[in-house]
Design a binder for this molecule. Structure first.
Ligand code: ATP
Length: 197
């Protein structure tokens, strides 16, 4: 079964695009959600995070996400250490999930895929892009975040130009109707493809 990576900068529209694949009955694994769930449920992850951030990083069994986010906010090294705890656990969880699927292909959605090297494990990779101004507007509307917060998070991701060169498909997410057509086109190509898309 093919695994198709789906990535894009924050607010580019990954989850929106993923929902269009779901409309074609394609199963979607959302790595960031899985990571969050594993932080809530895995005692192994809990212990590793406490070792890295201290006792206050968990309130009983639940992570203190605000504290963890504030610690990694301006510290790329600490962010990378956190990712090194979460990513292998997500990879294992994904493999278990994949084993249960029976479609032609699945979508693996992750905010950082090229940055982590995770893209190498996918058969093809899709990048979702949208102009930065539009992404900021969408995120302000969705999350009520400040522009500086959004830009800080953007700084932890590679820019679209670098990622575009590594992607097999690029979806330009401006008008939803056009985005849906692009998804349809890619879906058809993947279904028809042998090894070359
Ligand atoms: P994040 O990186 O935060 O996970 P994302 O890349 O998954 O975000 P979405 O959540 O899909 O992005 O989209 C961000 C917001 O923009 C959502 O509120 C979504 O409904 C809206 N949105 C996405 N695409 C469009 C579009 N083409 N037109 C209008 N609104 C859009």
């Amino acid at each position: 079964m093919k695994v198709i990576g789906l990535t894009g900068g924050i607010g580019s529209g990954k989850t929106t695009v993923a929902s269009f694949f779901k409309d074609f009955n394609i199963p979607v694994y959302i790595a960031d959600e899985a990571g969050k769930n594993l932080m809530n449920t895995s005692s192994e992850i809990r212990q590793k995070i406490i070792d890295l951030f201290g006792e206050q990083s968990y309130n009983k069994d639940l992570p203190n996400r605000k504290l963890i986010a504030s610690k990694v906010f301006n510290d790329k090294d600490l962010l990378s250490k956190l990712n090194q705890i979460i990513h292998p656990a997500v990879e294992k969880d994904f493999k278990e999930w994949l084993y249960k699927q029976s479609s032609e292909y699945v979508i693996y959605e992750a905010a950082i895929l090229f940055e982590t090297g995770g893209y190498k494990k996918c058969d093809y990779n899709i990048l979702v892009t949208a102009p930065e101004e539009l992404r900021i507007q969408r995120l302000q509307k969705r999350d009520d975040s400040s522009v500086s917060e959004i830009k800080q998070r953007m700084n932890n991701q590679w820019d679209d130009e670098k990622k575009s060169q590594m992607a097999d498909f690029i979806i330009y997410n401006r008008e939803l109707k056009q985005t849906k057509l692009q998804v349809e086109h890619i879906h058809d190509k993947i279904l028809k493809a042998g090894k070359n898309c």
